[in-house]
Write a new protein. Structure first.
Length: 256
């Protein structure tokens, strides 16, 4: 094992203790000899999140929603890894996830600052599948390619990039899109790599599906106000886009 920490994995969670356990189980089962650490950042949960986290070798932090720093910005300065990776609490990492992240960065030029990977759907019903397509429909496929952004459900960054940029705490959704756009405008590259895989479980409730569509609309409107030059990224399934177009319009019009 190398000296120092290769990868710091940050998992932000809120009231999803059961799903968090599956995520942490997948990280515990990683096939790698690399040295990695895990941070669980509890964003004000009132369920069994702390108890679940205590059953794993992790760095646990409780972050009240009243603090100025959002969970990811809170954890980044505490991370020791040369690579900082993010995975959602409702995602399950492939057993080679960490090793593939390390291998990809080690063979990549320094101007590649961000690497994302395949986000595969964990079947959970028709609405969940539609939700997954809308959230992550652009993050599948068998071929590596340059992309504009990668979601923090499965995203890894060279540590030094956070000396230049950080997540915008004023945004309530789309922080990853905003951060990646700023990184890209600095001249760095962002890559999609299909061997860096996670399984993701989306919500199967129609009410949550529509609610999230409204949030997406209002969130993207705020990002467009900040970055006039950022292009609209439509999921590959355009029929789903038009299905939720009313929610996006409402969200953009009534944004907070």
């Amino acid at each position: 094992m190398k000296e120092g920490v290769d990868v710091s994995v940050i998992v932000v969670t809120y009231n999803r203790a059961r799903l968090l356990k599956k995520c942490l189980d997948s990280l515990k089962k990683q096939k790698t000899k690399a040295n990695f650490e895990i941070f669980v950042v509890d964003n004000d949960s009132d369920d069994d999140t702390k108890e679940i986290a205590s059953g794993f070798k992790v760095n646990y932090f409780f972050v009240s929603r009243s603090v100025s720093d959002r969970p990811r910005n809170f954890a980044i300065p505490k991370a020791r890894g040369r690579i900082i990776s993010f995975i959602d609490d409702d995602a399950i990492a492939d057993k080679m996830w960490i090793q593939n992240i390390i291998d990809w960065f080690d063979r990549s030029p320094k101007n590649i600052a961000v690497i994302g990977g395949l986000i595969d759907n964990l079947p959970n019903g028709v609405i969940a599948t539609a939700n997954h397509i809308f959230d992550f429909g652009n993050f599948y496929g068998k071929h590596e390619r340059l992309v504009r952004t990668v979601p923090t459900c499965n995203a890894s960054f060279r540590r030094d990039i956070f000396k230049l940029e950080k997540f915008d705490d004023s945004l309530f959704i789309g922080e990853d899109v905003d951060l990646n756009w700023r990184i890209k405008k600095r001249g760095f590259k962002i890559v999609y790599c299909p061997t860096i895989k996670v399984l993701h479980r989306s919500n199967n409730k129609i009410r949550e599906f529509i609610k999230k569509g409204v949030l997406r609309g209002s969130g993207f409107a705020k990002i467009r106000e900040k970055h006039k030059d950022i292009p609209l990224q439509i999921p590959k399934n355009k029929y789903l886009y038009f299905l939720l177009l009313p929610a996006f319009i409402v969200g953009g019009f009534f944004r907070s």
